[in-house]
Design a protein around this ligand. Sequence first.
Ligand code: CO
Ligand code: ZN
Length: 329
Amino acid sequence: MNLQLLEQLTQTFGPSGYEDEIRAVIRPIVEPFADEIRVDPLGSLVVHRKGTGEGKKIALAAHMDEIGLMATYIEEKGYVRFTSIGGVRPVNCIGGRARFANGTTGVIHVERRDDATAMPELRHLYIDVGATSRADCPVAVGDPGQFVGPLVRQGQRLISKTMDDRIGCYVLIEVLRQLTDSPHDLYFVFSTQEEIGLAGARTTAFRIDPDIAISIDVTGTGDTPKALPMAVELGKGPAIKVKDSGMIAHPLVRDMLVAAAQKVGVPYQMEILVGGSTDAAAMQLVRSGVPSGCLSIPCRFVHSPSEMVDETDVEHAIALLLTALQTTL
Ligand code: CO
Ligand code: ZN
């Protein structure tokens, strides 16, 4: 596991719509492995690896963007009010920190409320960036921010902000590095704006016009206290999507991933996710339709500043994908 790369990927700034910095990190890493590289109008980075001619045109997508926040109002005393970028739960914010593009960091906290047991809403939260007035506040209305959560390795577990979906970017980068040849024409997409409506993958898939599309993203697990019943656990292998709340994986893609797992001999799990979806849901609906599926990295505490994955699941996902892409369909 290349922890230095993972740290760089997870910590770099990139809320949805503001992916310039993370794209600038990924581009020089993947460029040596590209036959062709381009940035689409909405910012997705597309790496083309030409096939030997006998295969299909396959698009693989991992999203570069992260959930975050945006300043909506600066109080007279310099406190920053904010709204969410993507699926942000207030309970995951309180006591944490926000970092803005210019490096300004602040504490996210909650107003004193008469009923302290009631679940706060985002409008009850504010960020203290150390300002004393509106005039000296280093944050302006419209500034985007990310959550703060450093990378930690604890045994086999890896904890950081934005495993969703920089761990998917990590997998795609490693596959690009290790892939020798493929019968398939491959497009590795580092997509934008997934967290606010799958915009980058949707528009990029239209341009690629693939035969098959696969997203690499995180999925929830059923192995924490009182979790929803779900047959996915951390450390039991990458999860092959059957269904989520945005799509049913195409049996062709699902079975292709299962066959690859069996061929290479890595553990895998079948995923049915009841809340949430991925770029694959958008890619399957472009033009006349694209058979699509998803290879998921099991992840606890998704959309919190401390998302946890297991290193072995990541390594097995890379091995599975390498085999899948080298197999003729
Ligand atoms: Co997400
Ligand atoms: Zn994601």
